[in-house]
Design a protein around this ligand. Structure first.
Ligand SMILES: Cc1ncc(COP(=O)(O)O)c(C=O)c1O
Length: 382
């Protein structure tokens, strides 16, 4: 039987495809180091595990589609206290991870053909989701600063997607930049989806939510959260959206026939995660790993990495190698059994993304040394 034209036009996500490929190699008994995505070596916080154990003693019913009322109230309290977003429980919708929230937000906020601005390098899911929904992604280089002049130069669009903190550069928007974006939303009438999935992984600086203002509803801001990265809960599939109540209602209409509500157990786990405070031990571990990789790669003439202010990735410019990053990543994987993500998958060639939070430190060191050795074997100075 034929598949629909709609899905035939689409490709699997580059990131999950690469991860799947690595898993298949591992299943064949190959010793592969996977830096292509960021899968934490940490477990969920202890309070999450305790909450789940506790929940198993009671029935686990279907909940309301946007989430159990008590859970939505706890998540609303989190965004009010931590993110300073004046939201009510009716403005919270629980999903199976940020990806589902993103799909549903785009689905209900835009119609086929509408333009969506995405800054590159970008998380591949933004573009893939736009394509699935027949929206038109407009890729714009991430600026050094979100100034008024830059924002005014953006093309007309229905929605702007902001990823703050940013995957893969680790950039964290300042309060001044956030104010500029809010003022531009008002001037231009553009709506915003803000993905704050990395809000707990900040090494330097502090995170300000775009929706932390009394007029967030009028501005049409939808904020997305996830326990995946902030609490090392990738496989739990726990996320939620904060949106004006009519947007939550529309997302509910979409979600109902697809998954109904997120599993009650996951809802309990996520509420416990976001009540567990800052993941300090995890952050300290990530910081040490980030600094280790930067030290190992310091001074290489063919690779440049900035020290990221947040997140589980290093974003490396390998343009001096004069080998395209897809080829580099392919050969690195087949010859040296190390997987990285070529920047092309994130909209920017001549870069690779290194996720540095999996496995133990010795493996991290071994993998980075393999990258350095491979790059050195290719590098030909002028
Ligand atoms: C930008 C961004 N948003 C969200 C997520 C998390 O998505 P999910 O909650 O679906 O695991 C990730 C990946 O881990 C990401 O890189």
């Amino acid at each position: 039987m034929d598949i629909s034209r709609r899905i035939a036009r689409s490709q699997p996500l580059a990131t999950t495809a690469m991860h799947g490929r690595v898993d298949a190699m591992k299943a064949r008994g190959e010793d592969v180091i996977d830096f292509s995505i960021a899968i934490s070596h940490f477990q969920a916080p202890q309070t999450v595990l305790d909450a789940v154990r506790q929940s198993l003693h009671a029935p686990l019913p279907y909940t309301d589609v946007p989430g159990d009322a008590g859970i939505r109230a706890r998540l609303a309290a989190k965004v009010v206290e931590e993110n300073r977003i004046p939201a009510t429980p009716a403005e919270i919708l629980v999903t199976n991870g940020c990806k589902q929230a993103l799909y549903q937000a785009l689905y209900v906020m835009a119609d086929p053909g509408d333009a969506v601005i995405i800054f590159k390098p970008h998380w591949p899911a933004y573009v893939a989701t736009c394509r699935l929904l027949e929206l038109q992604p407009i890729l714009i280089d991430l600026p050094a600063e979100m100034s008024d002049a830059f924002l005014d130069s953006l093309p007309p669009a229905r929605i702007l997607i902001i990823n703050n903190p940013h995957n893969p550069t680790g950039a964290v928007l300042s309060g001044v930049e956030i104010d500029s974006i809010a003022a531009w939303l008002k001037r231009s009438g553009t709506r915003a989806i803000v993905d704050e999935s990395y809000e707990k992984l900040i090494f330097e600086g502090s995170h300000v939510s775009l929706a932390a203002r009394p007029d967030w509803r009028e501005l049409g801001i939808v904020s997305l959260y996830s326990a995946s990265q902030s609490y090392a809960m990738m496989g739990w599939r726990a996320g939620f959206a904060v949106a004006p109540a009519h947007i939550v209602k529309a997302m509910e209409t979409l979600q109902g026939p697809i998954t109904a509500a997120a599993p009650m157990l996951v809802q309990q786990a996520m509420a416990a995660a976001f009540e567990s405070g800052e993941p300090e031990a995890m952050l300290a571990d990530y910081r040490q790993r980030r600094d280790l990789v930067l030290d190992l790669a310091h001074g290489l003439p063919w690779l440049t990495m900035r020290r990221p202010a947040s997140g589980p990735y290093l974003w490396a410019d390998i343009a001096p190698l004069r080998m395209d990053a897809v080829q580099f990543s392919e050969q690195l994987l087949t010859r040296h059994r190390v997987a990285v993500m070529p920047g092309d998958a994130l909209g920017v060639p001549h870069h690779i993304r290194i996720g540095y939070i999996s496995d133990d430190v010795a493996t991290l060191r071994r993998g980075v040394q393999a990258i350095i050795g491979f790059g050195a074997s290719l590098y030909r100075p002028d």
